[in-house]
Design a protein around this ligand. Structure first.
Ligand code: ACO
Length: 402
C-alpha cells in the first residue's frame, strides 16, 4: 500500500484513478472483504455465522459498538432503537405532496433528507450523545419511512410501528397488516426478512457508503449524509440491481431464451448486462449470494411456493458460469441475484426491493459515518481531476463573438 498523501506533499503529484479501482479512501475496522476467496467479515465474524446464528439487532450493535452484545446490552440496544421508531407526525404530511405513482426510492430521498428539519437535537456532529441519538433515530425510523412510502403508493392508511415486535416483524407489520389487528406474522417470513437485513448491513467502501462518508466529511449532519447514501444506492449498478434482476428474469421469461440474453450481455455494442452478476471486489462467489440462494430455497419450500423464476435464475447462473466470457472476467452472482426472488416470495413489490436494501444498509452507513467523524485529524474528502478543457484564453466581448 502506497500512502500517496506523502507522495503529493513531496512532489505535488497525485494519482489518477477514475472509479477508484485502486484507491483506499479511509481506514476502517468495520468490514473486511477478501474478494479473491469470497470472504466477508464484520468486525472479524463471518457473514455466514452472523446470518445463521445472530439477528439484525445484534449485527447493528456489532457494527456500531465493535462487539456482539451481552444479553443485557442487547436488551438496552433494542430498547434504544424501538424508542425512536415513530416518525414526527408532520413528516407524514410530506407523503401527500408526492404523486402516488412516485418510485418509493424517490420518496425515501426526500423524507430521509427531511429528517434534519425535525430532529435538531441530534444534528451536532461534535457531540457524542447527539451522534448516538441520530444513529438510533436513523436505524429506527428507516423501516417506518419505507413502509409509509409503500402504504402511500397503494392508497392504504399508514400502520404505526409496534414496539412489541422485533425489527423485522415490525417492518412486515407496517408493510402488510391490513386490517392491522388480524395480521399474523409467519416466523419463516420474519426470519427471512431479518436475514436479508443482516446480509445487506454493511459492505465497506461501496458507492453509497463512500457517498455518505464524502458528504459527512464536510461536516454535514447525519440525516443529510444518509439521504445522500439513499440517492447513491438507487442506481442499477448498485442497490437498484435487485429490482433490475427480477425485471430481467421476467423479461427472459423462459429458459430457452437464456442463451440469447447471455449473448447480449457479452456484446460490447449492447448496453445490456446480466444484472446480479459481477462485483468490483468479489472475483469469486459473493458469500452473501450463497446464503441468499439457500434462504431462497428454504422460504419457497416453507411457504409452499413454486416460483419458476428460481429455476430460471439457477439455469441462468449455470449457463453463465460455464461460459468462457463470465469465467475469464470472474463474473459471479452477487447478493442481488437471489434476493429479489426471496423478496417477491415475502410479498414485496419490485419497486420496494431497493428500499429494503436502504433500510438494511442504514446501520452500515451510520457506523461508517460515526467511525469517520470520531477519527482524529479527519479531513474533508476532496479528490483532484485531470483537466481536459481549453487552456487560458482571452475574453471575447459579446458583440465580437460569432
Ligand atoms: N454482464 C456482462 N458483462 C459484465 C457484467 C455483467 N453483469 N459485469 C461486468 N461485466 C464486464 C464488463 O463489460 C467489463 O468487460 P471488459 O473488461 O471487456 O470491458 C468487465 O466485465 C469488468 O466490468 P466493469 O464494469 O469494469 O467492472 P466494475 O467493477 O466497474 O463494475 C459492477 C462492477 C458495476 C457490479 C458490474 O459488474 C455490473 O454492472 N454488474 C451488474 C449490476 C449489478 O449486479 N450490480 C450489483 C452490484 S452488488 C451491489 O451493489 C450490492
Amino acid at each position: 500500500v502506497i500512502d500517496v498523501r506523502k507522495l503529493y506533499a513531496q512532489t505535488g503529484h497525485f494519482t489518477y484513478d477514475p472509479g477508484f479501482t485502486s484507491t483506499g479512501s479511509c481506514e476502517s475496522g468495520l468490514t473486511y472483504i477478501d474478494g479473491d476467496v469470497g470472504q466477508l467479515l464484520h468486525r472479524g465474524y463471518s457473514i455466514e455465522d452472523l446470518a445463521e446464528k445472530s439477528d439484525f439487532m445484534e449485527v447493528c450493535h456489532l457494527l456500531l459498538n465493535g462487539e456482539l452484545p451481552t444479553p443485557k446490552e442487547k436488551e438496552k440496544f433494542v430498547h434504544d432503537v424501538t424508542y425512536h421508531t415513530m416518525l414526527h407526525e408532520q413528516l407524514a404530511n410530506f407523503y401527500r405532496g408526492f404523486r402516488r405513482d412516485a418510485h418509493p426510492m424517490a420518496i425515501m430521498c426526500g423524507v430521509v433528507g427531511g429528517l434534519s428539519a425535525f430532529y435538531h437535537d441530534s444534528t451536532d456532529i461534535h457531540d457524542e450523545h447527539q451522534r448516538m441519538v441520530a444513529s438510533f433515530r436513523l436505524i429506527a425510523k428507516m423501516p417506518t419511512i419505507a413502509a409509509m412510502a409503500y402504504k402511500y403508493s397503494v392508497g392504504q392508511p399508514f400502520n404505526y410501528p409496534r414496539n412489541d415486535l422485533s425489527y423485522a416483524e415490525n417492518f412486515l407489520y407496517m408493510m402488510f397488516a391490513v386490517p392491522a389487528e388480524e395480521y399474523v406474522i409467519s416466523p419463516t417470513v420474519a426470519r427471512a426478512m431479518d436475514r436479508i437485513f443482516i446480509l445487506h448491513a454493511d459492505h465497506e467502501q461501496n458507492a453509497s457508503t463512500s457517498t455518505v462518508r464524502l458528504a459527512g466529511s464536510s461536516g454535514a449532519n447525519p440525516f443529510a449524509c444518509i439521504a445522500a447514501g439513499v440517492a447513491s444506492l438507487w442506481g442499477p449498478a448498485h442497490g437498484g440491481a435487485n429490482e433490475a434482476v427480477l425485471n430481467m428474469l421476467q423479461q427472459i421469461g423462459h429458459k430457452d431464451n437464456i442463451p440469447e440474453f447471455i449473448e447480449r450481455a457479452k456484446d460490447k455494442d449492447d448496453p445490456f448486462r446480466l444484472m446480479g452478476f459481477g462485483h468490483r471486489v468479489y472475483k469469486n462467489y459473493d458469500p452473501r449470494a450463497k446464503v441468499m440462494q439457500k434462504s431462497c430455497h428454504e422460504v419457497l419450500e416453507e411457504l409452499n411456493l413454486d416460483d419458476p423464476l428460481l429455476e430460471l435464475a439457477m439455469e441462468l447462473e449455470k449457463l453463465a458460469l460455464s461460459d468462457p466470457y463470465f469465467v475469464e472476467k470472474k463474473l459471479f452472482p452477487n447478493v442481488d441475484f437471489y434476493s429479489g426472488i426471496v423478496l417477491k416470495a415475502l410479498g414485496f413489490p419490485t419497486s420496494m426491493f431497493t428500499v429494503l436494501f436502504a433500510v438494511a444498509r442504514t446501520v452500515g452507513w451510520v457506523a461508517q459515518w460515526k467511525e469517520m467523524i470520531e477519527e482524529p485529524g479527519q479531513k474533508i474528502g476532496r479528490p483532484r481531476q485531470l483537466y481536459t478543457g481549453p487552456t487560458a484564453r482571452d475574453y471575447v466581448p459579446l458583440e465580437k463573438r460569432g
